[in-house]
Design a protein around this ligand. Sequence first.
Ligand SMILES: *C/C=C(C)/C=C/C=C(C)/C=C/C1=C(C)CCCC1(C)C
Length: 241
Amino acid sequence: MDHLFLLDATMAISKTDYVSFTFFVGTMAMMAAAVFFFLELNNTSKEWRTSVLVSGLITFIAAVHYYYMRGYYAETHDSPTFFRYVDWLLTVPLMCVEFYLITKKAGGTTGLLWKMILASVVMLVTGYWGEAVAPAQATLWGTISAIAYFYIVYEVWMGDVKKLATGAGTAVASANAALGWFVLVGWAIYPLGYLIGTADGQWYASFKNIGIDMNIIYNIGDAVNKIGFGLVIYSLSRKAA
Ligand SMILES: *C/C=C(C)/C=C/C=C(C)/C=C/C1=C(C)CCCC1(C)C
């Protein structure tokens, strides 16, 4: 198994292996998005360059993790839980940085940024714990994770992020509203995957009957959220000079 983490490009994906398929497409989509954001940097005004750069970093980091996750899954048909959470632990705080960057002009502070990052780390570490370390207590850890998640939703929809974005002009306010929908609806895809993936022996055991693999749900969530988030930032960079 010494080649476990190397991509074997010739490995075939069976026609009904939808998990492998979404890992493969996810890798390509993240790569394409990263190349797009990086190449567009040249045509981006100075003011928005860092924001678009961060969009590129988010999708680039995801592309590298998807490359590994695809290979890991192809070889083991196990969930690449560790790579998954390392990816999220790097990319979700960067999404918090995006909120900071777009509200900075209106007074966004690093104090607020750190609160958001702390909440995202709590959300992800407790989620990892419930999925990989103590799945018998998945309900407890998932609940703590969800509280941290709702704190982020609160900040973006009603808290300081929302107030600052409103004060930063209509373009930023509407970008913040669009990102808010990603956080509220797009990010809610993940707890669904968690409920399916940790259902064994829990009160929500029937979630297993949904019959969609947790990885498919996470992969769809990542494509929607990482690329979608990046495109909202990109379009803001074109609207607000
Ligand atoms: C690019 C990756 C993103 C945007 C990942 C977001 C992940 C979440 C919002 C995960 C949330 C979870 C809960 C709210 C409860 C159950 C455990 C998690 C970690 C799946």
